[in-house]
Design a protein around this ligand. Sequence first.
Ligand code: EPZ
Length: 421
Amino acid sequence: MDKFSIEGPCRIKGKVKISGSKNSSLPILAATLLFDQPVTIRNLPKVKDIDTMLSLLKSLGSKIILSKDKRVAKIHNKNKIKTFASYSLVKTMRGSILVLGPLIAKYHKSKISLPGGCLIGARPINYHLDALKKLGMNYVLKDGYILAKSKGKLNGNVLRFPKISVGATENSIIAACLAKGTTILKNCAVEPEIKDLTNFLNLAGAKITWSGRKCKIIGVESLNKTEYSVMPDRIEAGTFCVAATVARGNLEILDFDAKIIKTELNLLKKFGAKIKIKNKKIFIKGPENIKPIKNIKTKEYPGVSTDMQSQLMIIMCLANGKGSIIENIFENRFMHVAELRRLGAKISINRNEAVIEGNTKFIGAELMSSDLRASVSLVLAAMVSKGRSTINRIYHLDRGYESIENKLKKIGVRIRRQKNG
Ligand code: EPZ
């Protein structure tokens, strides 16, 4: 298993190009199962989760031609599509559950493994199943699989999500595209990645409109041949802005629409970062001294993203005062705290609140990655630690950050990947 070796502390300076969004690519790729016509998806990030989704689509029978640089996928469902998604594939990437909606909508049946939980939480899919049931899907759970089918086409319906869920919103919108009649989804998640998905589907002839957290989908017969370029990854962009904030950096984020991380950028300004936004670029200068922020709460978009929580915690460790973070989305998303303590952080946890002492002098150490975003927070902390840090099991990072070590090296971080078996 590969590891990173990082020599700190370092200052960062330069320009970063943000890759395509992992969390937009996954639902868009899943939605290609709705198509009979060829569909081309561009600007895919070169990360493990996309490889997994493409392998899953291929296992279902999609014909996929991938460009040499792996950023463009030409997909054509001309062979007979199978509707079985195995545990071996689904267990490595929970986002695989997003193929359930399109398979039921288009092929009216699917046997798909229950995704199971992960380190950050149990990750149930009850809202997905309840919503699809309201659209006409029947299912039983057997031997860890969902055996689902519908009597022909799904039927449009009006439904309200009991809690805001990104994945359940995506699965339901995709399924409703080919349903008979109109579907109204209430209390939807409205993350930018979901709007990217609906922009893609509308470009292909779907009839989806939004009003706040309400989404209306008028079912259509079929979707047309389409080409679409995935939006840039807002969590990657936010992560690099945090890097500039902790490492007294001077960074330019290229080709990125800052308004989709406005909430997080406002926090960075409160920490003392100087931020200028000009023609789709973010210019960010990290402060010499980081001001404390009393408390930060993660919330569904447009609130502070849970996927930025562990990164923001690094800033709070370095701030000259105490602060707390409340994690409102997942039940176990403080896996990075134990590792940060090994670097010298003083953090106490009480249920879903972490209280961070601040004024930490990080000293390099041997560290263990746990989940995607926790791992990147260890990289940020190691960058500003005194001495050498080793971060093990960086396959977690490779799932969602495209060649992060090369991007960091280019802006001055002394980081090296050690290939281990
Ligand atoms: C998506 O996960 C993202 N993943 C996550 O990013 C992100 O953290 C999350 O949304 C929240 O923004 C992808 O887009 C592939 P949810 P998802 O359904 O869809 C509970 C990353 O690091 N819930 O909005 O699984 C759930 O347990 C990943 O890139 C149910 O109880 O998130 C959680 O507590 C991590 N029942 C809350 O809702 C359900 O049926 C929000 O989950 C579904 C969800």
